[in-house]
Design a protein around this ligand. Structure first.
Ligand SMILES: NC(=O)C1=CN([C@@H]2O[C@H](COP(=O)(O)OP(=O)(O)OC[C@H]3O[C@@H](n4cnc5c(N)ncnc54)[C@H](OP(=O)(O)O)[C@@H]3O)[C@@H](O)[C@H]2O)C=CC1
Ligand SMILES: [Mg+2]
Length: 362
């Protein structure tokens, strides 16, 4: 290891004071010291691979070209990653992934698998759910990679019930500061039938530094479990209403990433598909007819049995934006008989990654 690598090793292992007092400083707008010392993504990736040297090799996933004929923007595409990364406290303490060895869930290695996935695709915008290591891991490391981050914890995170938890989980949104300027940011506590709920969203209006075009990006994680379909639907309506206001009635192009905890057959999905915001779900474009969602975005085995569902989506304004490519999902063979998470993959949800471009002005 050269000097550069040992410097990065300290970057990877260094943790911040995650105490509630230190976290409170974040809300008061304390300066972010990590941003002062940039890290080269290639070197950090190498460092992650060194930590993971005993693990099986990374799964290969290719991007599928989805460009239609005709003119498209000459500007660099906007790469968006949607990912429920699995909260550390929930994975170890609540989720009961009975076929996943506890060893595979150890944070020191799992965080490297998560970082490796992010570094492999280098998204311009990163939308995460179940983040319970924002202050000590993702904000400092991604900050040094050039991202500006925002975190909105769930008001009553189930992580807090787990012994030795690392604080509440929530949604996090990161964007590359050299590509975008933050115009407006809203942390939204979702309501259902006017009642405040335990689910949240972040919505930000960004301006592309290259093209000066503005768009809105939102991240959410809706209520989980069967029996809560109407609740999820109400949360979805609340989010759509908020996004109507933020996009000035669909004038500003929109991308919404989330773990909706809802199959495409659910009401909340139909609300998004038929909204006056004119949204399409990007991963449908991977199907032969462009009309079907993928067969799964999460696949796990709990004590209650095997659970394979499509719950995660990237919605986009279909008139203003085009999907240039999307990252293929893992195959059943790659996922393996014990499903997710595993020694190969750190979450029970797959990451979704799309490249977007603005359609030319009419
Ligand atoms: N102290 C208080 O007053 C309150 C405390 N709470 C706490 O919050 C919890 C509920 O919070 P809420 O946010 O509504 O929960 P959700 O139902 O939305 O689920 C929370 C998490 O559990 C995961 N999950 C889904 N299905 C299962 C399953 N079968 N087994 C284990 N985990 C699963 C979800 O992951 P995924 O999305 O990946 O499926 C999700 O991240 C309560 O159990 C309580 O601990 C809540 C309200 C008030
Ligand atoms: Mg989960």
């Amino acid at each position: 290891m050269g000097n550069g690598t040992s410097r990065l090793y300290s970057a990877l292992t260094k943790t911040l004071d995650g105490s509630p007092a230190a976290q409170h400083l974040e809300y008061l707008g304390a300066p972010d010291p990590e941003q002062l010392e940039p890290i080269d993504p290639k070197e950090l990736l190498e460092e992650c691979r060194a930590v993971l040297h005993t693990r099986p090799p990374r799964f290969q996933r290719g991007f599928v070209d989805l460009r239609a004929d005709g003119p498209s923007s000459s500007h660099a595409p906007i790469r968006v990653m949607q990912w429920n990364i699995l909260a550390q406290a929930l994975g170890e303490g609540k989720d009961n992934f009975v076929q996943c060895p506890l060893e595979a869930l150890k944070w020191e290695e799992r965080k490297c698998l998560i970082l490796e996935e992010i570094l492999a695709y280098q998204p311009d915008i990163l939308c995460l759910q179940e983040v319970d290591h924002y202050f000590d891991t993702f904000r400092p490391l991604l900050g040094r990679l050039g991202y500006q981050g925002t975190f909105f914890p769930k008001p009553w995170s189930p992580c807090l019930d787990v012994e030795h938890n690392n604080g509440p989980d929530g949604c996090a949104l990161f964007f590359l500061q050299n590509r975008f300027k933050l115009v407006n940011s809203a942390n939204i506590r979702l309501t259902a039938m006017t009642l405040k709920t335990n689910q949240v969203a972040i919505a930000q209006t960004l301006e592309c530094k290259e093209s000066s075009r503005q768009f809105c990006i939102a991240v959410t994680h809706l209520k989980a479990r069967t029996g809560w379909e109407r609740f999820r639907s109400a949360q979805g309506c609340d989010l759509l209403q908020n996004l109507q206001n933020i996009t000035q009635g669909a004038k500003i192009p929109l991308i919404v990433c989330g773990d909706f905890n809802a199959e495409p057959t659910e009401e909340v999905y139909r609300h998004f598909a038929s909204s006056s915001l004119n949204l399409n779900s990007a991963y449908k474009l991977l199907s032969a007819d462009g009309q079907s969602e993928p067969p799964y975005t999460t696949w796990k085995i709990r004590t209650s049995g095997e659970s394979r569902h499509t719950l995660d989506y990237i919605w986009y304004s279909k008139h203003a934006l085009s999907v240039r490519s999307a990252l293929a999902l893992l195959t059943e063979e790659q996922i393996g008989p014990n499903r997710l998470p595993s020694f190969n993959y750190p979450s029970d949800h797959l990451s979704l990654v799309c490249d977007f471009s603005f359609n030319e002005e009419p």
